[in-house]
Design a protein around this ligand. Structure first.
Ligand SMILES: Cc1cc2nc3c(=O)[nH]c(=O)nc-3n(C[C@H](O)[C@H](O)[C@H](O)COP(=O)(O)OP(=O)(O)OC[C@H]3O[C@@H](n4cnc5c(N)ncnc54)[C@H](O)[C@@H]3O)c2cc1C
Length: 193
């Protein structure tokens, strides 16, 4: 039983995974590999002065999430069922259980129906429906959160990544009963270098 299963390994899902895994929460990312990032060249992602290919950012995100302790399984989610303590998620690579789901599925919101999650028309250009979420990222279904383009952010990688982090912090805060903070200071060797 994972603490959180994040469905979607794009900007939002991988960013969320870094936060939940770094907080010591067992984190599983399930991704079928159709991130919008694959088509993007990013000149507007802070920190990359000369731009970065979306695919390079995505692969780096997988490595960072795994280094933080997340497990990544490259597989399509085909079904979801409620079980006593959370959710059973069926994929092409087997079944997984998680207490909480975080939907970061980009342009695809087809999983909403299986979960009873409400969708609303997206307001951004070329967006179809998006999951309906509250200000913290909760859908109306207990235990199901959503982030990124699928939750209605503007379609910009840094905004989606930031939203994944934001929703993860809100989830971690709910679990802890106090606001979660993930801050580091420079390690001495780095600071001197
Ligand atoms: C041509 C193009 C150019 C762009 N250029 C820029 C740019 O210059 N700057 C910028 O900031 N943004 C740009 N973008 C937008 C940017 O790529 C997106 O805003 C960003 O990728 C959204 O992140 P996300 O995590 O919400 O969704 P995504 O990155 O799409 O991630 C969603 C992930 O969920 C997975 N998924 C969905 N359903 C399932 C399922 N059932 N099972 C398993 N996995 C599933 C998908 O396969 C995908 O990997 C561009 C987009 C396009 C198309």
């Amino acid at each position: 039983m994972h603490d959180v299963i994040i469905i979607g390994g794009g900007a939002a899902g991988l960013s969320a995974a870094v936060f939940t895994a770094r907080a010591g929460r067992s984190t599983l990312v399930l991704d079928e590999g159709n991130s919008i990032l694959r088509w993007a060249w990013l000149d507007n992602y802070l920190g990359f002065e000369e731009g970065i290919a979306g695919e390079d950012l995505r692969q780096s995100g997988f490595r960072q999430a795994e280094r933080a302790g997340a497990q990544v399984v490259r597989a399509r989610v085909t079904g979801i069922e409620r079980v006593a303590d959370g959710f059973l998620v069926r994929t092409e690579a087997g079944d997984f259980e998680g207490r909480v789901l975080l939907l970061a599925t980009g342009l695809a919101v087809g999983l909403a129906a299986a979960l009873g999650v409400a969708v609303v028309p997206g307001r951004e250009p070329k967006m179809g429906e998006v999951y309906r979420v509250d200000a913290d990222g909760r859908t109306g279904v207990p235990g199901v959160w959503a982030a990124g383009v699928a939750a209605g952010t503007t379609s910009h990688a840094i905004v989606a990544a930031g939203d994944g982090a934001r929703v993860a912090v809100n989830l971690l805060s709910e679990w802890a009963g106090k606001r979660h903070v993930d801050h580091e200071v420079p390690r001495p060797a780095r600071a001197e270098g």
